[in-house]
Design a binder for this molecule. Structure first.
Ligand code: TRP
Length: 332
C-alpha cells in the first residue's frame, strides 16, 4: 500500500517492439487502473542486458518504448514511469536478495532453461539471476499486485517465495505480491501462427502488429493473416485464426465476440479481415500521432522520466533502508 491505495507494479523489457497484443492484453487494462491504484511502471532496461544488445539501437529503442507507453495514455500525473537503470536501489536490493535465493531454484526456472538453450554461447550470471532482479523490482515498492502473463508467472512465484523467506527470517519487511490477471478474452495470438501468442520478439513481422505500424502495413498484415478453409466467420476452438481476428475486433471496438460474430453471418474472411484492419487502424491512429509528437520532444520525455525516477527512488530507498538495517549493515 502507498497512502490508501494498493500498488500495482509492472515493467517491460525494451526489446522487439510493442505489439497490438501487448496493448490489448496489458496496457489497455493498466490504463483503466490508473485512478484506483498507485501504478508504477518501469522500462526494464537492466533485465534486457542479459542478452547482447547493440548499444546505440538499445538506447533508441528504450526511449521509443517510453514514448509509446506515454502515447498509449499512461499518465505521468497519475503513475510513476521510469527507467529501471535510473533507480540504483534495484541493483542494490537484487544483491541482498541474491543472498536469500538458491542457485537450484534459479537453474530450474523455465525461462532460464529456454534462454540458455537459445543463447548457448552466452549463458551469463545475469540470465540466471534475472528473477532475483525482478523480485527486487517488485518488492522495493511494497507492490500488492503484478499484472503478469502466463510466461512470467513462475518469476512472480519466486518473488513471493523470497519475500516470504526474508519476512520469516527477520520480521515483516516486504508485501507479498499477488498476480493480477487481466480480464479474459484479451489474449491475442500471432497472425501467422494463431496457436502462438502474438510476440514482440517474433522474427516474422507479419505475425504481429507493431503499435506504430502505419495504416498500410496494418491492412497488409491483416490481409495476410492465416485463417482456415472452412469459410464461416465463427468463434471456435478449431478455428484459431478466425477466432483471433474476432477477438481482436471485439476488444478493439469494446464489444463482445458473440455480438461481433452476428455482423458476419453470410460474409467471408475478406470482409472480416477488412473490418478488423479498419478498426485497428482507427484505434491506433491517435496513439501513433501522439507518439510522433512525443518522440520529437526530447525535453519533455527527459523531464517525465527524471521525475519518475525521483519518485520511484524515494519509495525504493525506504524499503532498502529497512532491509539494510534488518540484515545488520552499519547505518551510513
Ligand atoms: N520479466 C518481465 C518480462 O519479460 C519484465 C519485468 C521486469 C517485470 N521486472 C518486472 C514484470 C517486474 C513485472 C514486474 O515481461
Amino acid at each position: 500500500m502507498l497512502g490508501d491505495k494498493k500498488v500495482v507494479y509492472s515493467a517491460v523489457q525494451p526489446t522487439g517492439c510493442i505489439t497490438l497484443g501487448n496493448f490489448l492484453g496489458a496496457i489497455n487494462n493498466w490504463l483503466k487502473m490508473q485512478d484506483d491504484y498507485v501504478n508504477i511502471f518501469a522500462i526494464a532496461d537492466l533485465h534486457a542486458l542479459t542478452v547482447r544488445q547493440n548499444p546505440a539501437e538499445y538506447r533508441k529503442r528504450a526511449m521509443s518504448f517510453f514514448a509509446q507507453y506515454l502515447a498509449c495514455g499512461l499518465d505521468p500525473q497519475k503513475s510513476i514511469l521510469y527507467f529501471q537503470s535510473h533507480v540504483h536501489q534495484h541493483a542494490e536490493l537484487a544483491w541482498i536478495l541474491n543472498c536469500f535465493t538458491y542457485v537450484g531454484e534459479m537453474s530450474r526456472m523455465t525461462q532460464f532453461k529456454d534462454k540458455s538453450a537459445k543463447h548457448a554461447e552466452n549463458i551469463n550470471m545475469g540470465l540466471l539471476d534475472y528473477p532475483v532482479l525482478m523480485a527486487a523490482d517488485i518488492l522495493l515498492y511494497q507492490s500488492d499486485f503484478v499484472p503478469v502473463g502466463i510466461d512470467q508467472k513462475q518469476h512472480l512465484e519466486i518473488s513471493r517465495d523470497v519475500a516470504i523467506r526474508f519476512n520469516n527470517l527477520y520480521s515483516p519487511t516486504f508485501t507479498v505480491p499477488e498476480p493480477f490477471f487481466g480480464k479474459q478474452g484479451t489474449k491475442i495470438f500471432s497472425l501467422q501462427d494463431p496457436t502462438q501468442k502474438m510476440s514482440k520478439s517474433d522474427p516474422d513481422p507479419n505475425g504481429y502488429i507493431n503499435l506504430i505500424d502505419d495504416p498500410d502495413t496494418i491492412v497488409k498484415k491483416f490481409r495476410r493473416a492465416v485463417t482456415d478453409c472452412d469459410g464461416r466467420v465463427i468463434y471456435s476452438e478449431d478455428k484459431p485464426g478466425v477466432s483471433n481476428l474476432l477477438t481482436i475486433l471485439a476488444t478493439v471496438t469494446d464489444r463482445t465476440v458473440a455480438d461481433v460474430e452476428k455482423d458476419f453471418v453470410g460474409k467471408g474472411y475478406a470482409e472480416l479481415k477488412n473490418e478488423v484492419a479498419d478498426a485497428v487502424v482507427e484505434r491506433l491512429r491517435p496513439i501513433r500521432e501522439q507518439y510522433d509528437r512525443l518522440i520529437n520532444d526530447k525535453e519533455y520525455l527527459v523531464s517525465v522520466y527524471k521525475e519518475g525516477a525521483e519518485s520511484a527512488s524515494r519509495i525504493a530507498q525506504r524499503t532498502l533502508n529497512k532491509v539494510y538495517r534488518k540484515v545488520g549493515l552499519v547505518e551510513r
